[in-house]
Each structure stands twice: as structure tokens, then as C-alpha cells.
Design a protein around this ligand. Structure first.
Ligand SMILES: NC(=O)c1ccc[n+]([C@@H]2O[C@H](COP(=O)([O-])OP(=O)(O)OC[C@H]3O[C@@H](n4cnc5c(N)ncnc54)[C@H](O)[C@@H]3O)[C@@H](O)[C@H]2O)c1
Length: 337
């Protein structure tokens, strides 16, 4: 299968902005590598000459995201991370394996919790046995729940309903963080934790945009079909959207920087927008005739989301570069292609 030209162009940008020297020839275990973020991570590793073992049960990911990768340096193992056992030496582990879409994780609550808790524990054990050079956990802004401090810094403890409809995801990630830091403290594992804020771009939920689409792909899909754009609540709730290439650069820097074991870092774009503003922006960008309709707000939906990214700026010398307009233009072009 050929690589989409929009993705190919972005991968050239990623290859030029990242250093190859720590990655070349190393073996990376990418758990959840057939998903949105995971497949971009695999693609970037591939351009940097790394060897990749992608472990994925394809619950929310797709073969289509990775089928173009070179067979000699890339291997897909269709397995659950809870039970996966490697057969060769691993140098780095990147844990992206967890369903991130609310309707989908609510459909698979036990599997989602198990992936975060038991799956992360299994990967940490693999890390220990392999004496790895780096372990990256993809955590989430959702561990802050309905945050009361905006922009939200890493030392904010969170405001999460432990038995609400989002708790499957939020609490699972909170335990995954605690497990990872406990392995760092007890065994000296080189763990780093990324608290990822809403990230979008080509390949996000291509398999099932209507049923499970996260907000940007859902709006683009509705706008291109001239269907009504469904906004929850009055649309004044906010999110901050990070384009995929910015997120991947941040994740690579966090994993590969020396001397920052045990660090927890927010990665996202701090350009905060209301959902209504986003809907209008997408209608304009796609030249759509769609109208906006309003539906009731889901329970425990966070009112505002905006990361405090000063720690990433200082520790990683990282800042997002792609504006919402540029990122959406690429995502719309990819969706139309
Ligand atoms: N995209 C975002 O905006 C965002 C925001 C915050 C955090 N994250 C985190 O980043 C990671 C990747 O998210 P994404 O947006 O790419 O989601 P995704 O659903 O596209 O990818 C997750 C991948 O993990 C696989 N997976 C799920 N459970 C598994 C298991 N038990 N064993 C093996 N594979 C399993 C799925 O099949 C899929 O390929 C997740 O951990 C998510 O929590 C993403």
C-alpha cells in the first residue's frame, strides 16, 4: 500500500527535525502502533532507520495505518499487551496501547482498564528484563478531569469522578502513571510520562468516524457530507488542539533526552478554542453548507482544556509550531483524498 502524499510530506518534516543518532539500528517496541499516534510514531522511527516491533490487538487501530512499512525493519505482532512476551532484545518501549475515544472505551470498559493497568505492568516487566534505554508512557490530559486550574500545569492533582463514565479511561491512566513511576523509583527504569492533550491529524479515527469520531474528525466528516454539525451543550466548552507532527516531535524529545528519568510532561498546543468556534472554522474551511445543531452535554465533560506547556519548553526546548488553520487544512485535504 502506498503512503498518502500528505503524510509523506509531514514525515519528511519530522525526519529533518529529529536526530537519527540515538535511534538508528535500535529496536523499539511500540505498543498500540497500529493506532493514530502509534502509527505516526512507527512511521517516524522508520524514517530514522530504527527497528520496530508493533504490538497491537487492532481493537481501535487498523492494519491500513502500517501496511506500507518496510517488512525487514518492521514487524506487526497481533497481540494484547497484557500477555505479550518478546522473543528478542528490546532497546526502547513506547506504550500507546489504549482506546482513547470515549464512546469506544465505554463500549469496552474492562479491556480499556486492563490495557492501562495490566498492560502497562506487563510492558514495565519487559522493560526491566531487557534493561531498556527508555520507556515512554502515553498518558493524557484526562487525568486532570474537569480541571479548575487553566492553563493546567503538571503539579495539578486533578478533579476526576472515579465512578463516572470517563473514569474507565482517566483512572486507568492514573494507575498507569503510578505503576510507571514506581518502577522508575524501585528499579531505576528510565521512565518518561507524556500527558498528551487533544491531538489530531491524518489517520485519526479513519475506520469509524461517524460512530466514534473525536471532535475534529467528526466535524470534518459532517461538514464534507453537508450534514448538520452536532455540538454538545452550548459549544462554549474549550479544547486546545495539537497537530500530529508537533506531538510526535515532543514525544521523541521526551523519550530520548538524557537525564530526565521520572519526568511527567504536558504535551499539547496551548491555543485554546471553543467547540463552537471550531465548528464554524471547519464549516468555513470546507466551504460547507452544514448547519450547527446542539445536543445535550455528555456527563462529566470537561469545561476547559488548555495545557501549561512551560515545562516542555524548558526541559525539551519544545513548542508546537503548526497553527490550527494549517493543521486543519492538511487534515481536510487528507480526508478528501
Ligand atoms: N489522540 C489524542 O488526542 C490523545 C490524547 C491523550 C492521550 N492519548 C493517548 O495516546 C495513545 C494513543 O492514542 P490514539 O489517539 O492513537 O488512539 P488509537 O485508538 O488510535 O490507538 C490505540 C491503539 O492501541 C491498540 N490497543 C488498545 N488496547 C490494546 C491492548 N490491550 N493490546 C494491544 N493493543 C491495544 C488499538 O488497537 C490502537 O491501535 C493512547 O494511550 C491514548 O490514551 C491520545
Amino acid at each position: 500500500m502506498k503512503l498518502n502524499p500528505i503524510i509523506k510530506k509531514d514525515l519528511d518534516i519530522l525526519r529533518d527535525s529529529l536526530s537519527r543518532h540515538m535511534v538508528d539500528g535500535k529496536t523499539f517496541l511500540v505498543a498500540g502502533g497500529a493506532g493514530f499516534l502509534g502509527s505516526w510514531f512507527c512511521d517516524t522511527l522508520n524514517t530514522l532507520n530504527a527497528r520496530i516491533i508493533c504490538v497491537d490487538n487492532l481493537l481501535s487501530g487498523s492494519d491500513d495505518n502500517i501496511s506500507h512499512l518496510k517488512k525487514d525493519a518492521f514487524q506487526l505482532v497481533k497481540s494484547d499487551i497484557i500477555s505479550y512476551k518478546p522473543t528478542e532484545k528490546i532497546d526502547y518501549i513506547v506504550n500507546m496501547a489504549c482506546i482513547a475515544s470515549p464512546p469506544l472505551y465505554q463500549k469496552h470498559p474492562i479491556q480499556t482498564l486492563d490495557a492501562s493497568v495490566l498492560g502497562t505492568r506487563n510492558l514495565l516487566e519487559i522493560a526491566r528484563k531487557n534493561d531498556i534505554e527508555g520507556f515512554l508512557l502515553s498518558s493524557t490530559s484526562e487525568i486532570y478531569g474537569d480541571a479548575t486550574i487553566i492553563p493546567t500545569p503538571e503539579d495539578y492533582w486533578g478533579n476526576v469522578n472515579p465512578i463516572g463514565p470517563r473514569s474507565i479511561y482517566d483512572e486507568g491512566k492514573r494507575v498507569a502513571e503510578t505503576y510507571s513511576l514506581s518502577y522508575c523509583q524501585k528499579y531505576g527504569l528510565p521512565v518518561r510520562i507524556a500527558r498528551i492533550f487533544n491531538t489530531y491529524g491524518p489517520r485519526l479515527d479513519t475506520k469509524s468516524t461517524n460512530q466514534y469520531g473525536r471532535v475534529i474528525v467528526k466535524f470534518i466528516d459532517q461538514a464534507l457530507k453537508s450534514e448538520s454539525i452536532t455540538v454538545y451543550g452550548d459549544g462554549r466548552q474549550t479544547r486546545s488542539f495539537c497537530y500530529i507532527t508537533d506531538q510526535i516531535v515532543g514525544l521523541f524529545k521526551l523519550l530520548l533526552r538524557q537525564g530526565i528519568d521520572g519526568q511527567v510532561v504536558n504535551l499539547g498546543n496551548d491555543d485554546e478554542r471553543t467547540i463552537l468556534e471550531l465548528a464554524k472554522f471547519i464549516i468555513k474551511l470546507t466551504n460547507s453548507k452544514s448547519e450547527i445543531t446542539f445536543q445535550s452535554l455528555p456527563k462529566d465533560d470537561p469545561k476547559r482544556r488548555r495545557p501549561d506547556i512551560r515545562k516542555a519548553e524548558e526541559l525539551l526546548e519544545w513548542q508546537p509550531k503548526v497553527s490550527l488553520e494549517e493543521g486543519l487544512t492538511k487534515t481536510v485535504a487528507y480526508t478528501k483524498h
